[in-house]
Design a protein around this ligand. Structure first.
Ligand SMILES: [Zn+2]
Length: 137
């Protein structure tokens, strides 16, 4: 679980609270049997949400510098994390899932607007538009 900083991280909890306040419920957490055990899974809408930590998953907005020591080790580690993230998203999409990736910094900036993005995606799915919303870099 090195790439995933474990369950119930701060941004994940903040997002769940915002979803709750918007009346969005009925999702499952870290559901087994879904590729990548996404942070949040809406089984009925076949939609998953990942909340990615900016450091471990190399957020494109933050562009955090590589650690100054053991740089090669870190680079390899981060590349493996990013590969794994892409692979998970690919497997999910191939299996017909909608994949929304939210970054820690986005959620911290505004958990309400992050939750709104989840809501919009769910609405699109419910309306049968099946639009692919893909925030994976
Ligand atoms: Zn970030």
């Amino acid at each position: 679980m090195s790439a995933n900083r474990g369950r119930d991280t701060g941004p994940e909890i903040a997002l769940r609270q915002a979803l709750w306040e918007m009346g969005i419920r009925g999702y499952r957490l870290h559901l087994g049997g879904v590729p990548g055990r996404p942070d949040i899974t809406f089984t009925r809408e076949k939609t998953v949400v990942f909340v990615h930590g900016c450091f471990w998953h190399r957020c494109p907005h933050c562009r955090l510098p590589l650690p100054k020591t053991h740089t090669d080790w870190w680079r390899a580690k981060f590349e493996a994390n990013q590969r794994r993230d892409k692979e998970k998203a690919r497997l999910l999409r191939e299996a017909g899932w909608q994949v929304l990736t939210l970054w820690e910094c986005e959620v911290k900036r505004s958990e309400t607007s992050s939750a709104s993005r989840v809501k919009e995606l769910l609405n699109q799915v419910r309306q049968g538009q099946g639009l692919r919303v893909d925030a994976v870099p």
